[in-house]
Design a protein around this ligand. Structure first.
Ligand SMILES: CC(C)(COP(=O)(O)OP(=O)(O)OC[C@H]1O[C@@H](n2cnc3c(N)ncnc32)[C@H](O)[C@@H]1OP(=O)(O)O)[C@@H](O)C(=O)NCCC(=O)NCCS
Length: 145
């Protein structure tokens, strides 16, 4: 059984692990706490009886716009609809909040994520040269709500 719930600070260790394994990034753990304080409803955890298997974290980036900062699902649990459930829940919360659009950035090489987001109506609107710390270009994607 999968439960979606709001992030709590006790989740930081599990979220950090998903970020390192899935997004290959290493952040100061206080970052997660700070993201959570900007818009608590925009940080959603997917959890089974055993452990945390995914999360999505977004912030308000304009008066009527949200930005997805991170989304990751445990590698062993992918292609089971967990990412879909997280993104759908996030979109629903954005609509309730009155946001009119959502943006995000993704690595140009991340075909899985680009395909995943495109399925939900996100379009590529910008190329972001050397957006990532390792020099890889990013793509900005946008969805109207
Ligand atoms: C992107 C990600 C969150 C998707 O999570 P997920 O739980 O596997 O996604 P879902 O099972 O809900 O997939 C929904 C659909 O997205 C598409 N999709 C997902 N993963 C895909 C892949 N590896 N290749 C091609 N299409 C893919 C498919 O259309 C899929 O539907 P299907 O399984 O019926 O074919 C997951 O792959 C992940 O954590 N990747 C590493 C982190 C990352 O890249 N995050 C996004 C960048 S911000």
């Amino acid at each position: 059984m999968l439960i979606l719930r709001d992030f709590i600070p006790d989740d930081i260790g599990s979220v950090d692990k998903l970020v390192m394994e899935g997004l290959h990034e290493r952040y100061d753990p206080t970052l997660y706490f700070n993201i959570h304080t900007y818009w608590p409803k925009g940080f959603i955890i997917a959890e089974t009886v055993k452990n945390i298997v995914g999360f999505i974290a977004g912030v308000r980036s304009g008066p009527q716009q949200a930005r997805i900062l991170m989304l990751a699902v445990d590698e062993k649990k992918r292609r089971q609809g967990i990412g879909t459930k997280l993104l759908k829940a996030f979109i629903k919360r954005c609509i309730i909040e009155g946001f009119k659009s959502i943006t995000l950035e993704v690595r140009t090489s991340n075909e899985a994520a680009i395909g995943f987001y495109a399925r939900f109506g996100f379009n590529i609107i910008n190329k972001l040269p050397a957006f990532y710390t390792d020099g890889e270009d990013g793509l900005q994607m946008w969805k109207k709500l």
